[in-house]
Design a protein around this ligand. Sequence first.
Ligand code: CAO
Length: 482
Amino acid sequence: MAKKQKKAKPARAKAAAKKSRKVVKLSSKKANGAKKASGNGKSNNLPRPSTKPYGQDGKALTGVRILDFTHVQSGPTCTQLLAWLGCDVIKVERPGIGDITRGQLRDVPNADSLYFTMLNHNKRSITIDSKHPQGKRVLDELIKTCDVLVENFAPGALDRMGLTWEHIHKLNPRMIVASVKGFGPGPYEDCKVYENVAQCAGGSASTTGFREGPPLVTGAQIGDSGTGLHLALGIVSALYQRIRTGRGQRVLAAMQDGVLNLCRVKLRDQQRIEKGPLTEYSQYGEGVPFGKSVPRAGNDSGGGQPGWILKCKGWESDPDAYIYFITQAPVWEAICDLIGEPTWKTDPDYATPKARLPKLKKIFARIEDWTMTKTKFEVMEICNKLDIPVGPILSMKEIAEEPSLRKTGTVVEVDHPTRGKYLTVGNPIKLSDSISEVKRSPLLGEHTDEILRDVLKLPAKDIAEIKGSGALSAPKKEEKAA
Ligand code: CAO
C-alpha cells in the first residue's frame, strides 16, 4: 500500500502546536521545582523515590493485614493473591476441621490436599471457634488490628457469628469488609453457590459448547477464581480510598456478576442479534437461522477475526494435537500462500473478510488439510514467523513441564512438610518492585500461638486461659457426643 503523504500544516495549526509546546515547557519547569522538594519529578505528596534496588523495598501491600475468613476456592483465591502482593494474611479456621478443602480430593493420605495447598500459599493459620465466647473475644481483638476482613460464607453466616457490619465498624471504623456471595441483592441473594452454578447463572454455560449440544461449563474457574480476582481489585481500591477518607467500606463481589463481566461480549451479541444475524458466527455461513438469544458458538473466535480449532499431526491418538488458528485479515495473503491457495488472495469470493464470512467452514477445512501435516508446535513456529496468530492446545502435562513457565515463576515447585513436593501456579501478576515468593500453605492452626503472642501481644497467662477455655481447639470426643 502506498504511504500517505504528510500534509503541510496550516498557519493556525502551527501556532497552536507552538503554544502547546510552550505549555509543555512551563509544566516541565514546575516539575523541576518539585524535584527539589521530593527528589525527582512531580511530588503529588509522594515520598522521595526509594534508592533501594527494585524488588528490595518491601512488597506492594506490605503493612496491610487481612483477617481471612475464606474457604473453598473463591475467597482463598483473593486472599492468596493479596498475600503474594505483600499482605499479612491470617486465615481463621474452625478448630479440628479447618477449611473443608484440606480434606477434599486428597491424593496423599492424612496430608492437606492439593485443592487446599494450591489456594492458600503465603498465609498464616489460626484456629478459632467463632461461636465460643472466648473465641469471639479473640476475633474482636483481631478485628481491631486488621485492615480487611475477607469472607465467603453462605449469606447470613457472618451475621450469625455476631460479626455484623455495625459490630465490626464500631470496633474498627477503618476496616474494609469484603465478601464473595453467589448473587447480589435480589431474588437469589440467600442461595449457596458453587462454581458451576455461577457459570450457569452468569451467562457462560448458555453461550459455551456447540449449537447442537447442551450448555457447557468451562474448566477455567471463572465463577470462583474469577470472582476472587474481582474481589481483590475491590479490596485494593477500598484500601486506596481509605487513605483519603480514613474509613473502611463494604466490598461485594457476586459470582453471577463476576461471570457476567467475563461474558461481556455475549451481552454485546445479545443486543446485536436483535438487529440482524451475527455474521461472524459460523452458524451464519452455514445458513442456520438465529433464534432470539445468543447461541453457543463452538470454537468461533468471539471477536472480529474468525478462528477455529484445527487438527494437527497425531490427532488420531493425541487428544490435544490441535491448534487454534485465527484468519486475521491483515495476514490473509500469507495464509493463502502457506496453505497452497494463492488464488484466494485475489479471488473476489475470498479476498475480503466480508466475502469469506459465509465460507468459513470450507476455509478452515482447507487450512486444516495443511495443519494436519504438521505438529502443533511446527504450525506455531511457521505461523508466528508470518505473524499469523495461532495457539497450540496445551495439555496440563505440557504446561506442567514447560520450562519457560517455571522460569517466570508462573509454575512453581513447593515443598510441604506432610505431603512433600508439589507443583502450583504462582502469582500471575508480575510487579518489578514487588516480587512474589511462593511459600507453602499453613498447617491447620500452625500459627495460633504466634498470632496471639505477636499480633495481639497477649501475655502467656491470657493465652493459656483462652486455650483452656476450648475456644481454639476442637471439642473433645465426649463433648461432641454429649
Ligand atoms: N467457628 C465456628 N463456626 C464456623 C467457623 C468457625 N471458625 N467457620 C465457619 N463456621 C460455620 C459458619 O458460621 C456456618 O454456620 P451457620 O450456618 O450455623 O451460620 C457454617 O460453618 C457453614 O458455613 P457455610 O454455610 O458458609 O458453609 P457451607 O459448606 O454450608 O457452604 C458454600 C459452602 C461455599 C456453598 C457457601 O459458603 C457459599 O455459598 N458461599 C458464598 C459463595 C461462594 O463463595 N461460593 C464459592 C465456593 S468455592 O466453590
